[in-house]
Design a binder for this molecule. Sequence first.
Ligand SMILES: [Zn+2]
Ligand SMILES: [Zn+2]
Length: 274
Amino acid sequence: MQYFLNLCYELEFFVKIAISCTIVQQVFYWFLNKTETNLIMQVILYWLVGSISFYSIGFFIEKVIKTNDSLRDKLIVRVKKVKKQSFPIFTVKGVIIGEMKALISASIILYLAPEVHRGNSLILNFGWFLMRIVVADFCFYVAHWLLHRKFLQKIHLKHHEFRDSSSFVAGHKSFIEYVIVTLTDILPIFIFGYDITQLCAWSIIGNAYNLEGHSSLSIFFIPSDFHDLHHTCFQGNYGIQGFWDRVFNTLNPPTKKRGIMFPVSLIEHRNHNK
Ligand SMILES: [Zn+2]
Ligand SMILES: [Zn+2]
């Protein structure tokens, strides 16, 4: 029973991502449906959506949620304590270089991938996003597992400079790792083409779970200290969350955190109380 419930937590993550992306896609569809967008407009939109959501969600977690004591205590999920580390302050140079990287990669991706229009059917979008998150999690698992092998570790050490997680550690990685992670994330759109409304939705939700995964908090998508444990122990938990680690037997069992927005945890709680 417990094994089944743990699996449900992981499947719940996939479903939540698919539902959230589908909802956000509807908003972009509503705005862009009647507008003709050329490649340059799409590149700028995709870049802005990615950058603005990254900084605003990150600052919201760090400056709003974490500075509210009762909220932070309620959501904190890190069990293993690590030495406090202050995250390096943002420098103008660092932000500009980061944005240039993001703009260049947005241009390359949209230039190379074929454009398609998938409309706004809820079922079709849900199916597409569900497929994307399962594939993205698998590709990330493989790439991340490889980055922990001796011959490739150097590329990944920058990301592991931080054992105490701040949300923004999500974006702290070497250039080569940035390229590898971006490629694993967008692989399906090179094969099946991109729809700009889906791409923007994917970018926002991707930033949300990535920042949450590094925040030491369990807010909506990640109901455990899954990735905190990866930073603390430097092995195990290579996926975005536990599913593929369970399949390939590399799971370092995370501590779950019950939250109001996790249906599976409510079922588990009810079972325990029986
Ligand atoms: Zn790692
Ligand atoms: Zn990390």
